[in-house]
Design a protein around this ligand. Sequence first.
Ligand code: ZN
Ligand code: ZN
Length: 84
Amino acid sequence: MGSGGEFLCLTCKRDEARQFSSKEGLEEHNNALHKKLKFKCVDCANRFKTKCELEAHVLEQREAKREARREAKREEARRRKHTD
Ligand SMILES: [Zn+2]
Ligand SMILES: [Zn+2]
């Protein structure tokens, strides 16, 4: 009993007990091996089955960031006008 914090992969359990010391480790293994989500976004660690899905996501994120930056600038300009 009691080393604690052990995470078991239920999918692998039949063949061999695979244990992970962290939930992240188990998730990583689960995503990579069982869900076949091989493509990982470096920005937010989202995973995707295909390169296409990852690329679409990256583009989306990039566009969203750009839009957020634009919005921040607009907001700043608005504030400046106000204080002048
Ligand atoms: Zn497994
Ligand atoms: Zn992402």
